[in-house]
Design a protein around this ligand. Structure first.
Ligand SMILES: *[C@@H]1O[C@H](CO)[C@@H](O)[C@H](O)[C@H]1NC(C)=O
Ligand SMILES: *[C@@H]1O[C@H](CO)[C@@H](O)[C@H](O)[C@H]1NC(C)=O
Ligand SMILES: *[C@@H]1O[C@H](CO)[C@@H](O)[C@H](O)[C@H]1NC(C)=O
Length: 561
């Protein structure tokens, strides 16, 4: 990985040199055997030549200075670039399975993940690309995020979809303000199914902040549902995990082949009913309840329609806290922002930057804060470390992050709660309903922890989201502490964190030191259970550029322009 940075620099230098060195003098500069450029220059006494050589020297000096600067201060982005390149091969293969007609993305002048205008990152290449197309077409972060969220429901129907819920944070740069939306039901209507609030929630976001027309956002996902989506690795694993339930339910009509066996990776899943529904909702909010009600048992139809007519969704103020010169905004309850805030409050109070060993100070404070926020479990013990959370069956989820170069950032964490939710595929509307039957209460969405950081310096805005069930807030706390208190650059804080908080009990992935976490997590990711996580998605609007990256890098796909 280290070797790749000089190689990149060489390639760029070579390009610059080639394009600026067509004169003889430059050839002399490069190849003059045993003769320094200065000697050559003294020999020739030719004014024009002299001028050309000195401009070549100035250029050379500039290139070297630039390379040196990149390798020292910007080192992390070069490393990240190299890593993303390596990962690109694998991602390309996955893309080929995901979506017929995918083409490899064109080369970009910047390091991977850095874009001039805007970027979007999700766990699906298809959906990241669909969102990017809307950005290019003049959509803002909200437009792109909505389309990508609908797409994720098609690509990862075990984790999210129209039948689910979500928690979102939007930082609107022109208003200079962050708003939160918890699209969760305030009451239940059935003991088996959760209320499908995702679509009304997305529509609300669009009404307030969207730029493109609402039907335009539904177009791409509708086409995708009609034409079909290839089963990717994550969905294939989820199907295997729930094999019995899927085969025994209406889900089999989507996810079984002609012989009644589960579709495997690479197989095509078409959802024509959902395509029709997406086209219908383009013309009005009533379409979804109308289409879904006939799918429900007669006794549940009336309560369902009433609950849908009285969702009470509204934009909220986010949780806010100040950490040094950084403002943090998190999602309010029932999302998990307060859990994260609990960890960070303890760290802030410990003033790690003033301590001789800031990382160790932050580590113990973070654990203290985490166990306190979880309700004092293990209070009084000398080292109250919660059990490793990733291994318990944690709620599934799907996360996306979008940022533009002006400082607008959208984070969206969606879920059906259990894998394939209630496992009920509504036959006429094609919606998979969640099993979030309880009304919204604190702790309900322990997996939903979108965060926006406004860094004081240069007006950098960072958006973070994480999978991993109840481990998500901890994974985010880790990323934030490394950035804010230990001074690591954005990407490094994610990819090789000083302070490692994830995991727990076994001590394998926590502590202070140069991180090996990203390869540790990749190993877990490759080893099966894709939802074991945690993995973290991060976008940033920084220095008039938009950036996207993730840890482990293999979890996610960014697109941008
Ligand atoms: C920010 O808010 C303004 C005013 O409501 C709106 O015009 C703009 O589209 C919003 N931008 C984003 C990215 O939400
Ligand atoms: C969510 O999923 C968990 C685990 O699958 C399950 O125990 C719980 O009943 C589900 N519903 C709610 C409302 O949390
Ligand atoms: C991380 O990668 C290094 C080098 O590639 C390897 O030696 C090490 O065993 C890996 N660590 C884990 C925990 O996978």
């Amino acid at each position: 990985m280290e070797a790749a940075a000089p190689a990149r620099y060489q390639a760029r230098y070579q390009r610059l040199r080639d394009s600026d060195s067509d004169g003889e003098e430059a050839v002399e500069l490069r190849t003059g055997p045993g003769r320094s450029p200065l000697q050559a220059l003294l020999h020739q006494h030719h004014r024009e030549t002299c001028a050309r050589i000195s401009s070549a020297l100035v250029l050379l000096a500039l290139v070297l200075a630039l390379a040196f600067y990149q390798m020292t201060s910007g080192g992390s982005s070069w490393l990240g670039g190299a890593q993303a390149h390596r990962q690109d091969g694998g991602a390309g293969q996955m893309g080929a399975q995901e979506q017929p007609g995918d083409v490899p993305s064109a080369a970009h002048m910047h390091a991977r993940g850095v874009y001039h205008h805007a970027t979007l990152i999700t766990s699906s290449k298809t959906c990241s690309r669909l969102g990017k197309d809307l950005l290019v077409a003049g959509g803002n972060v909200v437009d792109a995020g909505i389309a990508a969220a609908l797409c994720l429901g098609l690509v990862h129907p075990h984790a999210t979809g129209l039948g689910g819920v979500f928690s979102a944070l939007l930082h609107n740069a022109s208003l200079g303000r962050t708003v939160a939306l918890n699209a969760v039901p305030h009451r239940g209507f059935s003991r088996r199914y959760g209320l499908p609030v995702a679509l009304p929630g997305l529509h609300l976001l669009h009404r307030h902040f969207g730029r493109l027309a609402w039907p335009r956002l539904l177009e791409g996902p509708a086409v995708l549902a009609q034409r079909g989506v290839r089963v990717d690795r994550e969905l294939a694993a989820a199907l295997q995990e729930s094999a019995g339930a899927v085969k025994a339910s209406g889900l089999c009509s989507l996810f079984c082949d002609g012989a009644g066996e589960l579709k495997g990776q690479g197989a095509l899943v078409t959802q024509p009913r959902l395509a029709a529904l997406l086209r219908a909702v383009a013309s009005g909010d009533e379409a979804l309840p109308r289409a879904l009600a006939p799918d429900l048992p007669p006794a549940e139809r009336e309560p369902f329609l009433q609950a849908m007519g009285d969702l009470g969704l509204e934009l909220q103020s986010p949780l806010a806290m100040q950490l040094g010169d950084t403002w943090l905004h998190g999602a309010p309850a029932p999302a998990a922002g307060s859990l994260l805030a609990g960890v960070l409050e303890e760290v802030r109070a410990a003033e790690p930057r003033a301590a001789p060993e800031p990382c160790l100070r932050a580590l113990s404070a973070a654990w203290r804060g985490y166990s306190r926020a979880l309700g004092g479990a293990g209070a009084g013990g000398p080292s109250p470390q919660p059990a490793r959370p990733g291994r318990a069956p944690s709620p599934v989820g799907s996360h996306l992050a979008v940022a533009d170069s002006q400082g607008n950032v959208l984070l969206l964490s969606a879920s059906l709660n259990s894998s394939f939710g209630s496992r009920f595929l509504a036959p006429a509307s094609g919606i998979v309903l969640s099993d979030l039957t309880a009304p919204a209460g604190p702790g309900l969405l322990s997996w939903a922890c979108p965060v926006v950081l406004s860094r004081g310096e240069e007006g950098t805005v960072v958006g973070l989201g994480a999978t991993g069930g109840s481990a998500a807030p901890l994974a985010l706390a880790q990323a934030i502490i490394n950035q804010v208190y230990l001074g690591q650059p954005l990407q490094e804080a994610l990819e090789s964190p000083q302070l490692q908080l994830r995991g727990g009990g076994d001590g394998a992935s926590q502590g202070c030191g140069p991180g090996t976490l990203s390869n540790l997590s990749s190993g877990e990711w490759a080893g099966g259970a894709p939802q074991a996580g945690p993995w973290v998605l991060q976008v940033a609007s920084q220095g008039e550029h938009a950036r996207a990256f993730a840890a482990p890098a293999t979890c996610c796909h960014h697109e941008g322009y």
